[in-house]
Design a protein around this ligand. Sequence first.
Ligand code: SAH
Ligand code: SF4
Ligand code: F3S
Length: 450
Amino acid sequence: MPLNLDGFTYCVLAFGCQMNEHDAERVAGMLEHYGAKRVEALEDSDILVYLTCCVRLSAETRLFGHVASCKNVPVRKNSPLENRIIAIGGCIAQRDGESLLESFAHVNVVFGTQALHLLPEMLADAIYKNKRLADTSDHPDIFSADLPTSRNTPWSAWLPIMTGCNNFCSYCIVPYVRGRERSRSIEDIVSEAEHYVSSGVKEITLLGQNVNSFGRDSYGTPQFARILKEVDATGIERLRFVTSHPKDLSDEVISTFGELRSVMPALHLPFQSGSNRVLKLMNRSYTREHYLGLIEKLRHVCPDIALSTDIIVGFPSETEDDFEQTRSLVEQVGFAQAFTFIFSPRSGTPAAKMDGIPASDVIQRRFDTLVHTVQNGAYEYNQKELGKVIPVLVEGASKRGEGILAGKSPKNQTVHAYVPDGTTAQELAGTFLNIRITEAKTWYLFGEVI
Ligand code: SAH
Ligand code: SF4
Ligand code: F3S
């Protein structure tokens, strides 16, 4: 029987990192290719697809709560199905596989992180043959980025250049659920970028768990600087990339911040801990001094670069002194943004077996202190924008209402402004506006359209 999802509606819910957000667009692309129609609300869906994350226990708990409660949401009126078809993909699916079918009797399909392309067929088997299936097999030659897509924002695109991770930071589950590093071919990446530019995309974000080691697996040595140069040459207006690992960020990549027109003055460079002792236990392969050296080089080529980072608090054996080194590093660098996480033991990782997790009240105090330091730094950083005129890529209406637009500065700051007379935030989405900054808050700037 030819695969046909005509007459079915679907809803995709993505949790976790940008990789899942990207994969959600590919799931949408495939299901639409076979005739299914997208709906935003789970109530309206015949097929519900989850893309899941297990990086911390909190992400997992939230997901399991959602899956358990969606059972009580009745199928829509006029649905061709008696019961909604539910599929679980992403990192929890890869980790737990078939056991999810045992835990949740209402789940029909489980598909792993390398089995995205199998989803339409599995859904058809569930719908037409009443089957319950799980597939977490490895398909190292298939990239989700080669599947059909249906993107959420016409003006900006994720562009995965590699998947997986070889770093095995001692706390992290990602290498176990996303597999080893695999780089796409340079030709495929550049031709995808060219296609985006010719279809009006203004901003490309290159994706990978460790983009700086792009090409090491297939070309022998990292080729990330080359990717930046070639994608810049396509004429894209804004180029960003996540995530960079401090041990692999090369001088050649650093120098692109000064040299390449499209590379935006913003870099996400997780440091995780400011203590060399903890960094060693984390298996991060760099020191605090090395990290600070990178910051110095970056500021040399791009003096006001917006730096963001990830930090873990409460790692096993973290002392007051270790924490103080983390806090002082935040103060010293002056990040534009930082994501702070409480250590979450992930079964199967080396850190889950380490002793000495600090008491929860100690962790909470450290966490609160750190958040406070991060906020002060971000506030200070934003003050420097006051009075400047900044090119903003408009994304639509802000959450504050239809009359206020929201967009992104080159440094990735959120910028709000009143919508000019005679137009709407939706009409302006995807265009650039020059905005003079009149107010600088911790997490956003406000200004007037010039
Ligand atoms: N590849 C990226 C993203 C990894 S996950 C990177 O290397 O930066 C995103 C962030 O989650 C990590 O940077 C880390 O700060 C945090 N994280 C990962 N595992 C964690 C754990 N077990 N507990 C708490 N935070 C964790
Ligand atoms: Fe996890 Fe480390 Fe790989 Fe990032 S670099 S995904 S933190 S193992
Ligand atoms: Fe989560 Fe998987 Fe991304 S564990 S952070 S969704 S790679």
